[in-house]
Design a binder for this molecule. Structure first.
Ligand code: URA
Length: 437
């Protein structure tokens, strides 16, 4: 078997065997297949696709390229959720404590932000002392004691994905459904949970532009996870505007504390939908009993206390969760409406870019982050505004303020006609099919 034969086969739209797929994944990971041949193969896959069987075999080869975490010692149901990323998407921070209060374990590995999307790990590190690099033993201990813990991805989790993703990023081959599916699912399957809910986003702040392409990706990922023996489902959700009205690192923790105290905004409803679907997937709950458990976790104050407990178990200062006014936030400025009307459209990615300009995100992997900057949105799509009304508060430390405010002003379109309501979820994909909302 040679890599040239494999490239030729995919170029001529033939199905690759499991052995051929293992050959190129392992060969590229160990350095015996060079970048230029792997690039040609990735482009052939992007153009000609992969069957579900090929996608599963690629996922499986990538997941076994490094450590596969075993959570069975916890002795309970271990759930995970994965979001394909977006602006103001801090759902994990609330879901972990809420789900732990509902009697399932959450042992989550999350990523850092790059470009216009924020990362859960950066948000958590804005809490003084919070350690996202616990040893394996400390991580298991925290999950066992508290019910939930969130750390950064360990270096040896699906190393094939790290190498392949870095090459895709510079060869125009990110945008392929089988490659995205194998990339995400190899990491999810290697991180050891038995029940997985995927939150696949579409819209101007996501990398899937429309609900149809998000549905195609979600269906493929649910198929691969089901073949791998997991209980898995996917929600298709809207990312045409920031999910949280708070965007930025410390600000998103403040926004999550509001949700855990019961504030009913878009973020709350999305967290609720993800939690109910995930709990129902475990088989331990129906959607109705999950609803009651979710409401009880919030209304009783247990979910907020659980978040503080998780912070303490990871060496952070829990008083910041119980008293979020302790966070140091940048200086305040505002962006105001230039006309009367309705907010008809938002470019969510530009709100994320504005926060990056303020110093709240990274342009390159090595950039330091200013946790204290960000924005609080005062409007959503459909809001009615008068000229001069505040659209958004901007918190800054001097850096990038003008660029950020320009981006935000241009990102929010005000028109005369009230737009149709934007639903939070478009569809749910389970192993038995698609349910439209
Ligand atoms: N996120 C991933 O982890 N991989 C992709 O290919 C795209 C998004």
């Amino acid at each position: 078997m040679t890599i040239l034969d494999i490239i030729e086969k995919k170029k001529t739209k033939q199905e690759l065997t499991r052995e051929e797929i293992r050959f190129f994944v392992n060969g590229f990971t160990d350095g015996s297949i060079p970048d230029y041949q792997m690039s040609a193969l990735l482009m052939a896959i992007l153009l000609n696709g992969m069957t579900d069987r090929e996608t599963f075999d690629m996922t499986d080869a990538m997941l076994h390229s490094g450590d596969v975490v075993d959570m069975s010692a916890l002795g309970g149901i271990v759930v995970d959720k994965h979001s394909t990323g977006g602006i103001g998407d801090s759902t994990t921070l609330a879901l972990a404590p809420i789900l732990a209060c509902c009697g399932v374990y959450v042992a989550k590995m999350s990523g850092r932000g790059l470009g216009f999307t924020g990362g859960t790990i950066d948000k958590l590190e804005s809490i003084p002392g919070f350690d996202t690099a616990l040893s394996e033993e400390e991580f298991f201990d925290a999950v066992k004691r508290v019910g939930c813990a969130v750390i950064g991805q360990t270096a040896n989790l699906a190393p094939a994905d790290k190498k392949i993703y870095a090459l895709r990023d510079v060869t125009g081959t990110v945008n392929s459904i089988p490659l995205i599916c194998a990339s995400i699912m190899s990491k999810k399957l290697a991180s050891g949970s038995d029940t997985i809910l995927l939150d696949v986003k579409y819209g101007s702040g996501a990398f899937m532009p429309d609900p149809e392409s998000a549905l195609e990706l979600a269906t493929k990922m649910v198929t691969i996870g089901t073949i791998a023996g997991k209980r898995i489902g996917a929600l298709i959700t809207d990312m045409q505007q920031p999910l949280s009205d708070h965007v930025g690192n410390s600000l998103e923790i403040i926004g999550i504390v509001d949700v855990l105290k019961g504030k009913k905004n878009r973020l709350y409803y999305e967290i609720r939908e993800v939690a109910l679907r995930l709990l129902a997937l475990t088989g331990k709950y129906t959607l109705a009993t999950a609803e009651a458990a979710f409401d009880n976790a919030i209304d009783s104050g247990r979910a907020l206390n659980k978040f503080a407990e998780m912070v303490e178990a990871q060496h952070g200062d829990p008083s910041y969760i119980l008293h979020p006014e302790k966070f140091v936030i940048g200086k305040r400025d505002v962006v105001v409406a230039q006309s009367d009307g309705y907010v008809t459209h938002m470019v969510a990615a530009d709100i994320g870019r504005a926060v990056t300009h303020l110093g709240g995100g990274r342009m390159t992997k090595s950039d330091a982050i200013d946790f204290s900057v960000g924005v609080i949105m005062h409007v959503a799509i459909g809001s009615e505004v008068k000229k001069g009304d505040v659209l958004c508060e901007v918190f800054h430390n001097g850096k990038g303020l003008q660029e950020a405010e320009e981006l935000i002003s241009n990102a929010i379109t005000i028109g005369n006609d009230k737009p149709a309501e934007h639903k939070i979820a478009y569809a749910y994909v389970g192993k038995d099919g698609v349910e439209l909302y």
